[in-house]
Design a protein around this ligand. Sequence first.
Ligand code: PMP
Length: 304
Amino acid sequence: MHKFLPIAYFQNQFLPFDDAKISIATHALHYGTGAFGGLRGIPDPQNPEQILLFRLDRHCKRLSDSAKYLHYDLPADKIKTIIVEFVKKNQVKTSFYIRPFIYTSDLGIAPRLHKIEKDFFVYGLELGDYLSPEGVSCRISSWYRQADHSLPLRGKISGAYITSSLAKTEAVESGFDEALLMNAQGKICEASGMNIFMVRNGQLITPGYDQDILEGITRDSILTLAKDLGIPTIERPVDKSELFIADEAFLSGTAAKITPIKRIENYELSKTRPITEKLRDKITAITENRDPNYQDWVYVVPLG
Ligand code: PMP
């Protein structure tokens, strides 16, 4: 069981997490008509009286965009104000994860997005490593990622996560740590809740936005950093056959950070991962606000 932060935001107010309850008839519970975000907060290693939020604006914008698919007008600025207030009210002194969520809160039945009540809540939980930082084994899932023509994959739509759940359970129950999903074209697109990168011949390669991926914020950050570090980078479709023989491969996500891939199916990858480690060191320094060149990616919330 997770350790939840004491205060949540729910139905336009801050209240104890335990008092934020919804009905079993809630529309979104039945139809997957929700959208969420996920961001980490960490105590500033240089000053424990402040919390650091990585790329807060970008997270708020993605959630505001996801809300548009649900026919809900929720400006990014409003999300930002509530998240900052949420962090101040909770006064956490450990690493945590913030889960903002938009959903159809109506108690009526029938799938739809028009003329239906919606709500926005935020809660948090303490979170250390989501996947082992030492690396993970991956199975290529028999479940394919949905296509953008049937679901708006640019948003973090809750209903979409049935596929991630099927894939993750299939992988874990067959002895792997994580699942890699292909898209309808049979190209590798991402993991159950992370984007994927591989390195071949010194080049960093990741599937592009046309490959049915989530527009991951860690992914976007890594691409920027790689360019700044002079690592040749390309966004293009990825075949499973090249992943099996990649020099390095890793997963990226807010929860997973940068997690190396040790093995894909029955193919072992090298334990020497210079580019993965270089990017991991860089992003860790940035999230901890130790890199003066990327301070605009870090939002500082004073707790006092
Ligand atoms: N893909 C999926 C399906 C995800 O759920 C996530 C986690 N949000 C990611 C990729 C990584 O995105 P981000 O780096 O923004 O956390």
